[in-house]
Design a protein. Structure first.
Length: 208
């Protein structure tokens, strides 16, 4: 009998063999179950924190809309501390407060003032604001509104949850096709809240 026939017979016997070891199969099943629980908890925690993030953004926006005294950079930094406390973001977040009005002559939104709590985050200009016009409700002539934006970087609990598994082949651009297990560690939870002042127009003062 040639070596290829012996190998073929061994492979057929291995394929038909249904014996196994309960301890080894139990360990394999246990590891798969632990992995499933880790991924499930990871997604649960991400959605929980996303909900907390949205509630915190609306809380900050409501606080700003009720302000009767002038606000300024120090006030925005104070709102940042409130947001960090509610979301437990540990400095991984920023907020931006912008006052806008509708200019009926120019048929576009105008920026009255805009300030971000973190350096490197640009304040709005009339041009960049109107790029976001689709997110802003229609406003009557002369009306003002406050936009409160929040952004927080989410880091998965379990290290190594961002893994890429190539499934072969390439797409039309020559990029390798892959699937990803777990959550990307660069996820950002962002909110864009538009609200009207609850009282008189909110005044900006750089000293506050």
């Amino acid at each position: 009998m040639g070596p290829f026939k012996r190998i073929g017979r061994w492979l057929r016997g291995w394929h038909d063999d249904q014996t196994g070891s309960m301890p080894i199969e139990g360990i394999m099943g246990f590891l798969l179950m632990i992995g499933w629980f880790m991924v499930a908890f990871q997604f649960y925690d991400a959605f929980r924190l996303k909900s907390v993030n949205a509630k915190a953004a609306y809380t900050v926006a409501d606080m700003v809309s009720r302000e009767k005294a002038p606000i300024g950079p120090a006030y925005v930094q104070g709102m940042q501390k409130v947001f960090d406390f509610v979301t437990n973001s540990r400095g991984r977040s920023w907020i931006r407060v912008t006052s806008i009005r509708w200019d009926d002559d120019l048929k576009k939104y105008r920026v009255e003032y805009s300030h971000a709590s973190k350096s490197g985050i640009a304040s709005y200009t009339d041009s960049t604001l109107n790029d976001q016009a689709w997110r802003i409700p229609i406003m009557p002539v002369g009306d003002t509104a406050i936009i409160v934006e929040t952004s927080m970087r989410y880091t998965p609990i379990f290290a190594g949850t961002e893994n890429e598994l190539a499934i072969g082949g390439t797409d039309g651009s020559g990029n390798k096709l892959f699937t990803r297990i777990g959550l990307n560690d660069s996820i950002r939870f962002s909110n864009f809240v538009v609200t009207r002042p609850r009282g008189p127009r909110i005044v900006w003062n750089d000293s506050y």
